[in-house]
Ligand binder design. Structure first.
Ligand SMILES: [Zn+2]
Length: 309
């Protein structure tokens, strides 16, 4: 596990290196921390010709933003992501426009953007696609939509380690207990829960979050992830069902989950760390939940909810 030190903060955003005859990097981190990941790979002895594959759990900029820099530094590496995300690595115009809406000033202040990757280096992965590490060892890519429609889990069949990206949630130091990650524009509760069940069925020996690191006993953690996700979605359904807008939903989530549910940093004005705020505030989750409920209400219910409160 490589700490990308997003915004200079430790233990918030991870990348992962699988060593072996055909080394594989899972996650690149954000563009602005590309140098941190490049230095870590060099420290592990990888020369420019050594990296075989770069796998993204999904194309959100904290996971794949540095893919162009990594691909340039390792010209033999194939870049693999979900088939719904591949075209956005080749032409990131729409991805960045959408990220600007979600991240606001943090786009250039914290994450950076995404340098395009040549089309002939990008592989659009199908469910259960295998990534060869050499010597009979392989990673299985597990389609796991919900947090995003272009999300893959990465299962190391030999060790039982399951990298879950953002599909199980977020738990960062100082951010309280495990919480769901329900950002715009794709969040879908039922898909997210089905993905948790799919992960559980793999019977992983370890579940590892991109934000940040291994969680406790895997089945218990996956069950907890489902419970907290349902709680957040239920709260959102209640608030939006009363006809309240996005700004009220932000406040309601903060009130319900801020103290008891952790993320106290987000409501404590004394804490102004912008990186922790990014991963523990309520705006992004509220916006994704709001959009999910608007979309469920039908096309006439759409609109709004894509920007921060
Ligand atoms: Zn994400």
């Amino acid at each position: 596990m490589v700490d990308t030190r997003l915004g200079g903060v430790e233990h918030v955003n991870a990348a992962f290196l699988f060593e072996g005859p055909q080394p594989c990097l899972v996650e690149t981190g954000a563009q602005l921390t590309a140098d941190v990941v490049l230095a870590a790979l060099r420290e592990h002895g990888l020369g420019p010709d050594d990296l075989a594959t770069i796998v993204l759990t999904h194309i959100h900029l904290d996971h794949g933003g540095a893919v162009g820099e990594l691909a340039a530094a390792f010209p033999r590496a194939t870049v693999i992501c979900h088939r719904a995300g591949a075209r956005h690595l080749i032409d990131p115009t729409r991805l960045i426009a959408s990220a600007a809406l979600v991240y606001g000033p943090a786009l250039d202040g914290l994450y950076g953007r995404l340098t395009p990757v040549d089309a002939d280096r990008v592989v659009a992965a199908d469910d259960n696609q295998l990534v060869d590490l050499g010597q009979g060892r392989r990673l299985r890519l597990v389609e796991s939509p919900g947090h995003a429609k272009h999300h893959l889990g990465v299962f190391d069949e030999a060790s039982g380690v399951l990298l879950v990206g953002d599909a199980v949630g977020i738990q960062v130091p100082g951010g309280g207990p495990l919480r769901p990650s329900t950002p715009p524009a794709d969040f879908d509760r039922d898909l997210a829960i089905a993905s948790l069940h799919r992960f559980a069925a793999l019977q992983p020996a370890q579940v590892v979050l991109s934000h940040y690191g291994p969680v406790g006993e895997p089945q218990a953690a996956l069950g907890e992830a489902e419970r907290v996700l349902r709680d957040w979605c239920d709260e959102a359904e209640r608030v939006v069902g009363r006809g309240e807008g996005l700004d009220h939903l932000v406040l309601a989530l903060a009130e319900r989950f801020g103290a008891a549910g952790g993320a106290a940093v987000a409501v404590d004005p004394a804490v102004r760390n912008p990186v922790l705020h990014e991963f523990t505030s309520f705006e992004s989750n509220a916006a994704g939940l709001y959009r999910w409920l608007q979309g469920r209400a039908g096309p006439e219910g759409r609109g709004g909810g894509t920007t921060r409160a």
